[in-house]
Design a protein around this ligand. Structure first.
Ligand code: TYD
Ligand code: MG
Length: 474
């Protein structure tokens, strides 16, 4: 009889497949630490997120328990592209009450699609969605889940909007399993989740709003909505930096991502698409927040130029393009003498780097000295311009303020400014000029590089170099 020595038995016990299996079952789920703002994960807790620079945003994330059957799938099916029918794009879209909202959506809401709307608190997300819910409830069952407000608060808002009789079903819950069951029970065609950060599931112990809860909830709701053909709108909180809070992956999961922007001190709001699987991105919708909710602004140019003072130095007008839409905006500059060794450069609505570049180019190629002046640059009405086509208007406003000479009120200026003082072409000039004409402008200073489109009643002044700008500006 052979005897196995004691150490040999130990060795044998430790390395049987059975013992490995038992150890795997007994192993504790690995805890990760995840930033609630940007979704970056860390092996241990720390106070500062290196990825998005937020403080105290990192929380413990307990993974969702995997089912014992997970990973054991065999076989699968794939259908030919041509044989697919009933694709979401083919189904008739739900038209909302607002032509602006429909435009941003790419022509209405696609049944079964998931939309994420982010924006600062108090900007009007819940108002827009309650108005939309009330309108759509005339055609399809509509659910409004609110984890943030009580039923009476929603009712009060409904009354304020004159929609208290609308056939919208309100549920003040954030419990994921309840939400899924309610959507299925009501066979809802449209549902609002206000907000995704308040939804929580029994399947994970993390707090509502944490990355694992948001990811799980969004995944389950989107899956259920696609199967039932329900169009879902998630409201998403935004971080300090204006990004939608929670995992970046949330933006990948949904079909459409929109941001509701605006200055709370001003009545107008802009709804901007960031991603749209069913329409163009960079499209915008403009709304006016009044005491009866949000109203469309079909002609934003007129509204943005409404309060322009016609005889003031330091103001220039540009037709900027927002997606496919031309919008006239007023660029304002204040240039004032200073004794500061480092003069101030402050911008609102335009990039600070652009201002530094423009003052250097004006200095070098047009002989204006800004080095002993503070410069403040602003787009009136809290708007933003990012396109280089605004260079010439910014330069014009700065020169006008420096010389204390108003630019005639009937002039629009657009063009990109190069570092060598050349005026460079910009796109979609015909649309820009037509919009300017529509608003009563008579003269347009534009880059010489493009063949100017003919617009009756609008005089076009093409310029090649910055030095020519001053000749034609006043
Ligand atoms: P709300 O839709 O609650 O914002 P969000 O859901 O984005 O946090 O809008 C709240 C603000 O809108 C609040 O400051 C009041 C204002 N408001 C109006 O000016 N008019 C209205 O008719 C309504 C309903 C709200
Ligand atoms: Mg709200």
């Amino acid at each position: 009889m052979t005897t196995v020595p004691f150490w040999g038995r130990l060795f044998f016990c430790a390395f049987t497949p059975y013992s490995w299996h038992t150890m795997a079952i007994m192993a504790k789920p690995k805890i990760k630490y995840t930033c609630n703002d940007c979704g970056a994960s860390y092996p241990r807790w720390q106070g500062h997120c290196e990825s998005c620079d937020a403080w105290n945003s990192i929380v413990e994330e307990i993974p969702v328990a995997a089912s014992p059957m997970s990973g054991r799938v065999s076989g699968g099916k794939a259908a030919q592209l041509v044989s697919l029918d009933g694709a979401p794009e083919d189904a008739p879209r739900h038209l909302t009450q607002s032509a602006e909202f429909n435009r941003v959506l790419g022509g209405g809401m696609v049944p079964g699609s998931a939309i994420l709307i982010g924006g600062d608190p108090g900007i009007g997300k819940s108002t827009l969605l309650l108005q939309t819910a009330a309108h759509l409830s005339q055609k399809t069952p509509v659910l409004y889940f609110s984890g943030e407000e009580s039923a009476s608060q929603i009712q009060m808002r409904g009354r304020r909007l004159g929609l208290e009789k609308a056939n919208v079903h309100i549920a003040t819950t954030g419990h994921l399993e309840t939400i899924l069951a309610t959507i299925a029970d009501h066979k809802a065609g449209f549902a609002v989740i206000d907000s995704i950060q308040t939804v929580f599931s029994d399947k994970t112990e993390s707090a509502p709003g944490t990355v694992s809860q948001v990811r799980l909830a969004a995944n389950e709701i989107i899956g259920a909505a696609k199967r039932a053909g329900t169009c879902i709108v998630f409201v998403g909180h935004v971080t300090k930096e204006g990004q939608i809070a929670g995992p970046r992956v949330l933006e990948h999961m949904v079909d459409t991502v929109m941001y509701f922007e605006g200055d709370r001190g001003q009545p107008f709001r802009i709804l901007r698409t960031f991603k749209n699987r069913f329409g163009a991105t960079n499209e915008i919708g403009v709304f006016d927040m009044g005491d009866k909710g949000l109203r469309d602004v079909p002609n934003p140019s007129a509204m943005f130029l409404d309060e322009r003072s016609l005889e003031a130095a330091g103001s220039a007008v540009i037709t900027a393009m927002e997606g496919t839409r031309p919008m006239l905006m007023e660029v304002q500059a204040l240039v004032s003498a200073t004794n500061l060794a480092q003069p101030r450069r402050t911008t609102l609505g335009v990039d600070g780097g652009r201002l530094a570049m423009l003052s250097a180019v004006l200095d070098k190629h047009a002989g204006f000295t800004f080095s002993n002046h503070d410069i403040f640059l602003n787009i009136a009405g809290g708007l933003k311009v990012t396109e280089p086509a605004a260079d010439l208007a910014m330069a014009s406003a700065m020169v006008s303020s420096l010389l204390n000479k108003p630019i005639p009120a009937d002039r629009v200026v657009m063009g990109e400014l190069g570092l060598t003082g050349e005026v460079r072409s910009v796109g979609q000039m015909d649309i820009r000029l037509k919009e300017a004409k529509k608003l009563g402008f008579k003269v347009a200073i534009i880059p010489a590089g493009i063949t100017p489109p003919k617009v009756d009643g609008l005089k076009v002044v093409p310029i090649k170099r910055l030095s020519q700008l001053v000749e034609h500006l006043f």
